[in-house]
Design a protein. Structure first.
Ligand SMILES: Nc1ncnc2c1ncn2[C@@H]1O[C@H](COP(=O)(O)OP(=O)(O)OP(=O)(O)O)[C@@H](O)[C@H]1O
Length: 601
């Protein structure tokens, strides 16, 4: 059972604070990355080498400038030698960059594939009550958006993060050793300006978002007015709509101009203070060169180093946002992985019933859907269906007919009472073996993308070709299947032939025939079909039902008349039961009324 936790839809890009509590939640994801830790470690080694080697570049560039001025005191001499050394650095760097990207991709692709599979497997095992409480679209985005977010983090973000840290630590150390005075001067000015710029930048982004949101809201007004244009015109409300739109546009202009003002100020700030700060550092560096404290080459190296480091600082904000998002994503993925799947067996020993025809009984069964606990759908229901019997469940819409079949399928468990097949409580049978005893022909047949053959074989994936053809024949589907140029290989669904309602039903019947269930549940279609389809389906169903315990949620009088027994369900109780003949004779009977009012002949 689901734990009934509320799972509010989370907005795209929802972030989490990077605190200890949230990071601890991410540990669950590590289970999936641990098997690939060797690849990760190799990737980290490649990353460290490529980042450190890249940082040798500014140093050697400084030496080449010194060499040009004849003041090079380094052990590598000569412009050509230094140039070749630079080329060598680039070569090593490019090899290790390739390795880093390749190794991180291997690591993240493999570990995220495992996580994806684990999540999908969990989705398949979650109980129906979980699906009642969560929207499928929302769940699919766990598989797509959230895992992609984690994948990006493991492929690039983490690597980038470490690269920036290495650049900052190594860069700061080297410039402090090379040019301590200039480094101190820079540290006293630039970081402060950069921090102010970052905070200012964040504020501007917030303002721009506000403008975007307001623009969207304004567009919604226009959209609404146009969608409801008939109402607007009928109520002669054009002026009202115009003024509503006009007001919103006016507000938008106000917000947009305010945003642009701050953007202008931001650009001026950057030009004056940030560029000014850089000029200040260069000015101080030039005086140090003039005074002979540092060489021209040292100043060049310094400028290169600080450019690299500046890039790293600018990138770190973005990286932290990505990591925060990933914490949110992993939390949402883990929340589902931690849900409990369907309990297979709740008591006793596994005991698959050996009878060929099953009997089904409800003993004092009461049930309310977990999402609507206050509304009891079935109230103390008792009935018995004998082996091989065909029983029709009839009753007004919402009476609880489908609920009975859902309980038999063990999609939900009753709150009170027991459901037995033969003498065995269905909850003490292994879930997989139990469900393999049952065949279902639903009202709305869902075909999966693929061929007709695959769709029929869904009833028994191990079935032979002959068995599939035989099932299609019994289901009166062979003729229309053979009329397609590709026969059983015809693709159905979006990429292939769209089948009619009647054809889909016959595929579903063929599926059920192939499964050869000991208990058949039939949810009769309410929609009327043409006479020929109707005949073919009825005929196929009769073959399927022959000699099999069958429960039919029935809507057609024709079907009901043939049933061995009819249970009339009303307000969650069995109001009447008997054969058509018996029930029809009951004065003021629910069934009699129902036949007169609702059931199609
Ligand atoms: N998954 C669900 N979660 C909550 N309530 C549900 C769920 N499915 C059905 N119900 C409610 O349970 C009651 C019985 O529904 P059920 O589908 O069993 O009726 P039915 O007799 O099969 O009706 P119909 O002939 O219209 O299919 C209805 O009030 C319905 O709203």
């Amino acid at each position: 059972m689901a734990k009934g936790r509320s799972r509010e839809p989370l907005k795209e890009g929802e972030k989490r604070k990077l605190n200890k509590k949230n990071l601890r939640k991410v540990y669950g994801v590590f289970k999936y990355v641990l098997p690939y830790k060797k690849t990760f470690i190799l990737g980290m080694i490649a990353l460290s080498i490529s980042s450190s080697v890249l940082l040798a570049l500014p140093y050697v560039v400084g030496k080449i400038v010194d060499e040009a001025q004849g003041v090079n005191t380094w052990f590598v001499k000569g412009i050509t030698n230094l140039g070749l050394l630079l080329l060598g650095i680039l070569f090593v760097q490019s090899i290790f960059s390739f390795l880093r990207i390749y190794l991180f991709a291997r690591f993240s692709e493999n570990s995220m594939a495992d996580l994806r599979k684990a999540l999908f497997s969990k989705f398949l095992s979650l109980p129906m009550s979980f699906y009642d409480q969560n929207r499928v679209g929302e769940l699919v985005s766990r598989l797509t958006a959230d895992i992609s977010q984690l994948q990006t983090t493991f492929t690039t973000t983490l690597a980038e993060f470490f690269r920036q840290i290495i650049t900052l630590v190594v860069g700061t150390t080297v410039i402090f050793i090379m040019t301590p005075q200039l480094s101190l001067f820079m540290l006293a000015t630039l970081p402060l300006i950069i921090i102010v710029a970052m905070v200012f930048g964040k504020f501007i982004r917030k303002m721009s978002r506000k403008t975007q949101d307001h623009l969207a809201a304004t567009n919604v007004i226009a959209e609404e007015s146009m969608h409801g244009i008939q109402a607007v015109k009928a109520f002669v409300n054009e002026k009202y709509e115009y003024s509503r739109f006009g007001r919103s546009v006016k507000e938008l202009v106000g917000i947009a101009i305010k945003t642009s003002t701050y953007q202008g100020l931001f650009v001026s700030f950057i030009i004056f203070f940030l560029m000014g700060g850089i000029i200040g550092v260069i000015w101080y560096g030039a005086t140090l060169v003039q005074d002979g404290v540092i060489s021209m080459g040292d100043l060049t190296s310094f400028v290169f180093f600080t450019a690299f480091m500046g890039g790293s600082i600018a990138g770190i904000g973005n990286i932290l946002t990505q990591i925060q998002r990933s914490v949110g994503a992993s939390e949402r993925v883990l929340e589902i992985i931690d849900e409990d799947g369907e309990p297979s067996r709740t008591e006793g020993e596994a005991e698959t019933t050996k009878e060929t025809k099953l009997s089904v009984s409800f003993e004092n069964v009461s049930f309310a859907y977990p999402t609507r606990k206050e509304m009891e759908v079935l109230k103390d229901v008792n009935f018995k269906i004998n082996p091989g019997q065909k029983v029709a469940l009839v009753g007004p819409s919402g009476a609880g007919k489908s609920t009975i079949t859902q309980l038999i399928m063990r999609f939900y468990n009753p709150d009170c009472g027991v459901i037995c097949v033969g003498e065995t409580n269905i909850q003490s049978i292994d879930l997989e073996s139990y469900r393999s005893l049952i065949g279902v022909v639903p009202q709305e047949v869902i075909l999966f993308g693929g061929t007709i053959r695959e769709n029929i074989a869904y009833g028994n994936p191990e079935a032979s070709e002959e068995a599939i053809v035989e099932a299609a024949k019994k289901a009166n589907a062979l003729e229309f299947i053979n009329s397609f140029p590709d026969g059983f290989n015809t693709m159905v669904g979006e990429r292939g032939v769209k089948l009619s309602g009647g054809q889909r039903q016959r595929i579903a019947i063929a599926r059920a025939i192939l499964k050869d269930p000991k208990l058949l549940i039939l949810d009769e279609a309410t929609s009327a079909l043409d006479a020929e389809s109707e005949y073919l389906i009825q005929d196929a169903l009769e073959k399927l039902m022959a000699d099999r315990t069958t429960i039919i949620v029935a809507h057609r009088l024709g079907t009901i008349k043939k049933a061995d027994n009819i249970f009339v369900i009303e307000n969650g109780v069995i109001a009447e039961s008997g054969t058509h003949k018996e029930l029809k004779q009951k004065d003021q009977g629910v069934y009699r009324n129902l036949v007169q009012l609702q059931l199609q002949d």
